[in-house]
Ligand binder design. Structure first.
Ligand SMILES: [Zn+2]
Length: 453
């Protein structure tokens, strides 16, 4: 019987092989020579990732008879940055040789080589050096261009190799980042349950299972992960890789990204932690977004939406010009403002659509609420899980002031047309009330004026 990951690879459009295990670096050569027979390879790394796995990757390729170009090794310091300049530099280095890239790295270098290879029309393979995010097997690269982080469509790697010995030696904050990126799939899945229930975006059961079935198991042993236990890290990296494959199969990030991710995207687009040394990893921001959204779900579930007054909600729902005026007053930079207006306009419902959605939500609420409760962990459990791996659970840990943090609950909704819990509450006229409750003295955030550690 196929394992879940083999099943995922069968559905993926670009990725043909996944190898995760202790000593998996030995598999790089056999996989590359099998999938790309007769092609030469060039190992791309930076000083740090070369030290972690460069030589073993090279040795495995050589042992399988793969012809090798001189490796392209970027400096370790400052660490490479996923900017357009780095992509151009790597692309020109690759252009000079007739070889497919085997990137040894994590999110940044992986995305740079993904885009550079795509621009040259070449496949590439990836050797993971940290269990830090779910992008290894995902399509698309996150690159900063003109000061803004954007996701550029480009194919996923033909193979991903993750050696648990290498991953266990990665810096602790990279592992913490991976846990943050993975745990968001709990409230992110809840967002898809809601969107499915009101007819916005039906759940694809196969893709859902790829992400959600292994999720709780993958997050079950945070202390083992932190101690470098290979079985615990294997669960984490399998969960992350499966999420990437799910996005590949679904050609969208919906299966692996909900409103908790949108909080992180907003902060990323506003440059939060971008110039820290080292830069603040994606998953640490996503982890905090996960606590935010899980707490908001708890607040939402205190309301009995089976008794929602649909006529009153429709009467109170702002018109598009009113929403536009609010967005203009929410402090977006000019470039982000354009995106916020476009994305919000795209999901602003016509009155008949809104009536149908609210009635569907009201009538289906008892069942939907039960599904949501089964999907979610308590917010305090999410907080404990993230604390256990040294991830971020409080805005003060990453320099977000209280006002900016609180405003994220509304502003994150504006920047993406994806429909989530934030939109459901906004449409039902409950978003402000729920956020107020979270920050009241006895609310989730009101009880947490400072970080717990
Ligand atoms: Zn992510």
């Amino acid at each position: 019987m196929a394992t879940p990951l083999e099943h995922a690879v069968a559905r993926a459009t670009d990725t043909r092989a996944i190898a995760i295990g202790e000593g998996a670096l030995d598999r790089v050569g056999p996989i590359v020579s099998d999938l790309l027979p007769g092609r030469a390879a060039i190992v791309v790394a930076d000083g740090t990732t070369w030290a972690a796995a460069g030589e073993a990757t090279t040795a495995s390729l050589r042992a399988s008879g793969v012809a090798l170009a001189e490796p392209l090794v970027l400096p370790a310091a400052p660490p490479p940055y996923a900017s357009w300049d780095t992509v151009e530099h790597v692309r020109e280095g690759l252009r000079a040789v007739d070889a497919v890239a085997v990137v040894v790295g994590a999110g940044t270098l992986g995305d740079v080589v993904k885009l550079a290879s795509h621009e040259l029309g070449r496949p590439y393979a990836c050797v993971a050096t940290a269990p830090s995010m779910d992008g290894y097997a995902a399509f698309g690269a996150s690159i900063v261009r003109d000061g803004y982080k954007q996701t550029i469509a480009c194919p996923a790697p033909i193979a991903v190799v993750a050696d648990l010995d290498v991953l266990a030696a990665a810096p602790a904050r990279m592992l913490a980042s991976g846990v943050g990126d993975l745990v968001e799939k709990l409230p992110g899945g809840a967002d898809w349950i809601l969107a499915d229930a009101v007819g916005v975006e039906p759940i694809d059961a196969d893709v859902w299972a790829l992400v959600q079935d292994p999720l709780r198991g993958a997050l079950a042993d945070p202390h083992g992960m932190r101690a470098g236990d290979p079985a615990a890290i294997a669960g984490l990296v399998e969960g992350l890789v499966a999420s990437g494959l799910a996005m590949q199969a679904y050609a969208s990030s919906r299966p692996a990204s909900g409103a908790g991710h949108q909080c992180s995207h907003l902060w990323e687009m506003e440059g939060l932690g971008m110039h820290d040394d080292p830069p603040l990893p994606h998953g640490l921001k996503v982890g905090l977004g996960t606590v935010m959204l899980t707490a908001l779900y708890e607040e939402a579930l205190r309301h009995d939406l089976a008794r929602l007054d649909v006529d009153a909600a429709l009467g109170a729902f702002p018109s598009w010009p009113e929403v536009e005026a609010r967005i203009l007053a929410e402090g977006f930079s000019p470039a982000l403002l354009t995106a916020a207006l476009e994305q919000s306009r795209a999901k602003h419902p016509a009155p008949d659509v809104l009536r149908h959605r609210l009635e569907t939500l009201r009538d289906g609420w008892p069942d939907v609420a039960e599904l949501l409760r089964a999907q979610l962990l308590p917010a305090s459990d999410v907080e404990r899980l993230l604390d256990a791996v040294g991830a971020v659970t409080h805005p003060a840990q990453i320099g977000l002031d209280p006002q900016r943090f609180r405003a994220t609950y509304v502003r994150a909704m504006r920047i993406r047309s994806r429909w989530t819990l934030l939109d459901a509450l906004h449409e039902a006229g409950l978003l402000e009330r729920c956020v107020d409750a979270l920050f009241a003295p006895d609310g989730f955030w009101g009880r947490r004026p400072h970080p717990s550690r």
